[in-house]
Design a protein around this ligand. Structure first.
Ligand SMILES: Cc1cc2nc3c(=O)[nH]c(=O)nc-3n(C[C@H](O)[C@H](O)[C@H](O)COP(=O)(O)OP(=O)(O)OC[C@H]3O[C@@H](n4cnc5c(N)ncnc54)[C@H](O)[C@@H]3O)c2cc1C
Ligand code: FES
Length: 405
């Protein structure tokens, strides 16, 4: 018995001694230093040694877009570091081109503060700030797309340029998908999703494009189109999307932490013909741009090409059809790639890139003279890029909103 006790005491003493040694080593190796951070030519601020730059900037109300919440996968939190080159981290090699890395670009979430640092950011980003929104109303537009209307502070809504996005933060949560209220018409689509569970133990932040019209913004309303991120079909046991699941569950009156507006996807200055191509929730920034341009009296031709699989995936079509009736310079085209045999559809069929090629590019006198705005699933974007390239459109006339997946 005495031997056992002596062993326990020895073990505890050893653990305590090791912990103390570790703490001392940590204190020596990770000094409690203040590090000066300079942004553009503003006065420097102090942050702590070892903090990541994204967090250091956020602590000083400089809220960079960070769709992946600091995981290094979205590539949104770009900064240029001035002065001595800093070795890139693996995530930076994956998200930044060689030319960008040579130019000193980094991902703020991957950069740990080890010494004074000076970074360059678009001045517009310094204006983005954190705020709370309130969910005013929500409705399903398709089985997997939910429209949210949020009430935002009026000065923030007033500063939004069409094409911008906001970052929303979901708090920790734990709920089953059977708690999500689904309209009767989509009940069948949801029958297999009922067993899913959304569990998150820490807050997470993601980016969502603002689909608001100028009239929505004038009322301080952010219209967001949220697509539920489901586990990949070949890995059904993975968890569903952390933030989109929560945004399918939030109820009227919920306060949602946000920051923004962010982003540089917007209509280019000038009077070049505008061709917008979208799919899924890629509709969001395109809708904002179309309403902004038509509302401002743009007189050049503007066409919107929207691709979906089947009729159930379509939404806002009545609204765009009405715009096309009202504005002679606006054209709206839909292509369904996989319409169900039992649903009547007299419109275009096939993929949207093919519809664009056959319905516009092939007979266009100068496709290279138009500006192209793309937002949608990566496969759609790649296919559209292919037909634009065939039509001789230079990459400098193509503008993307990259949702990062
Ligand atoms: C500028 C910008 C604008 C955007 N605008 C919109 C918009 O308007 N509307 C919109 O819906 N989205 C938009 N997005 C995308 C959005 O920010 C999120 O990426 C999206 O909602 C998914 O986030 P999530 O937290 O729900 O999913 P996440 O938790 O990030 O998961 C993503 C996917 O990974 C799967 N997954 C989970 N665990 C694993 C694992 N271990 N291994 C592999 N896969 C896993 C999930 O099932 C899910 O399918 C935008 C993105 C950007 C960058
Ligand atoms: S927040 Fe840095 S890459 Fe996403």
């Amino acid at each position: 018995m005495t031997g056992v006790l002596a062993g326990v005491v020895l073990l505890v003493t050893l653990v305590l001694a090791l912990s103390a040694a570790l703490m001392m080593a940590r204190r020596r190796l990770v000094p409690d230093l203040s590090i000066a951070v300079t942004v553009n030519d503003h006065a420097p601020f102090e942050s702590r040694f070892g903090t990541d730059l994204l967090g250091a900037l956020a602590a000083h109300d400089i809220l960079l877009p960070a769709a992946c919440g600091g995981a290094g996968t979205c590539g949104q939190c770009r900064v240029r570091v001035r002065g001595e080159p800093v070795a890139p981290m693996p995530a930076e090699r994956a998200r930044l081109s060689r030319a960008e890395r040579r130019a000193g670009m980094h991902l703020a979430c991957q950069l740990r503060l080890r010494g004074p640092v000076a970074v360059e950011l678009p001045e517009a980003l310094l204006g983005a700030r954190g705020f709370d929104c309130t969910l005013l109303r929500a409705r399903f537009l398709t089985p997997l797309i939910r429209e949210l209307v949020l009430e935002a502070p009026s000065d923030v809504a007033g500063s939004v340029q069409a094409g911008a996005f906001v970052s929303l933060t979901a708090p920790p949560h734990d709920f089953g998908f059977d708690a999500i209220e689904v309209p009767e018409r989509f009940a069948e689509d949801w029958s297999e999703l009922r067993g899913l569970r959304a569990v998150m133990t820490a807050p997470a932040t993601r980016a969502y494009s603002i689909a608001s019209t100028p009239a929505d913004l004038a009322q301080g309303h952010f219209v967001l189109l949220i697509r539920l991120a489901l586990p990949p079909p070949d890995r059904p046991r993975l968890p569903p999307g952390a933030v989109s699941s929560w945004l399918f569950h939030v109820e009227k009156g919920t306060r949602i932490a946000a920051s923004g507006p962010h982003g540089d996807f917007r209509a280019q200055a000038g009077t070049r013909e505008m061709v917008l191509i979208g799919g899924g929730v890629g509709m969001a920034p395109l809708r904002a741009i179309i309403h902004e341009q038509l509302g401002q009296g743009a007189s050049q031709p503007i066409s919107f090409w929207y691709g979906a699989r089947r009729r159930d995936d379509l939404y806002y079509t009545g609204e765009f059809a009405a715009l096309a009736r009202r504005y002679p310079n606006f054209r709206f085209e839909v292509a369904l790639s996989d319409p169900r045999p039992d649903e009547p559809w007299g419109g275009r069929t096939g993929f949207v890139h093919a519809a664009l090629r056959d319905g516009l590019l092939r007979d266009h006198a100068a496709p290279e003279a138009c500006d192209y705005y793309l937002c949608g699933p990566p496969l759609m974007i790649a296919a559209v890029m292919g037909v634009l390239d065939e039509a001789g459109v230079p990459p400098t006339r193509i503008f993307f909103d990259d949702f990062g997946s």
